[in-house]
Design a protein around this ligand. Sequence first.
Ligand SMILES: [Zn+2]
Length: 310
Amino acid sequence: MNKPGYTHGRPSIALALALILSLFGLSRCYSPGRSPASMPQQPDQVHWNEVLQRPPVIRWRILQTGTVHVPLSGMMNLEDPKMAGMEDKPIDVLVMAHLLQRKDGAFLIDTGLDDSFSPGHKARMWGPLLRTYVLDWQQNPGQDLGSQLQRLQITPEAVFFTHLHSDHTAGVPALSEDTEFYVGKGDTFYNLPFIYRVTHLDGVQTLHEIDCAHATRAPILGSVIDIFGDGSLWAICTPGHSAGHLSYLAITTDGPVLFTGDASHTRKGFEMGIEPGWVDDREEAKRSLEKLRKFAATYPQVRVVYGHEL
Ligand SMILES: [Zn+2]
């Protein structure tokens, strides 16, 4: 006796399901393992005036690795009343990595794009969702992360990701296999069979997760982590655009620099106080943006660098 809803005429549904599941199995996407990042002893308190005046030990260099063509509505929330009447349209934005050189080695904030984005190459990302988020990209010959590092003769020790979206991880294949990778705890790496496939992290065994629950509470910026234990580079917990999003503050030879990451993709979004359109959690994204804006307003000597704009 069949249960209600089941009929003899439907074995094809089960067969189709089995076929789909086996195809999913065949095309299973790789995602690196995760382990807690070991961080140096953290300060009990943070005094930004004192931190911002420390002698710089970091030399900062922007590595511009290409541009992507994205909808304005992804970069800024067009529903915000301040954007009333603004039409959505595609815009070109920069895809950058930031090189931080210290005496003990070179480090990256994000990785930009590798050479698979150069003309005539097939980028290591595909799937129908790609066209929803990234319309197109452009990279001049020699602009990819690997070529730039080779010209500088630099092998970074580690990458500190703002988050794991592919425009921030796509340079990873250009890095040495000894590179260590750090990310905010719980940040999602999207790699979905048939829908949105990327292979940037296929060579990465472990992502070291920076846990905002173990952060120091600092004025204005809230949860922050002193990455090297000397106050030269701070991770700032700025969830919203993604669950484990981190911004960074570096005390560089060019002065202090606040890297917003995609807490604000653009200068205009930052200046107008409009969070990205693409967010995991809009209220968190608004709070994260507001604290960065307050910090920048309180310390005007800090240069602000946006996720996809200078
Ligand atoms: Zn981005």
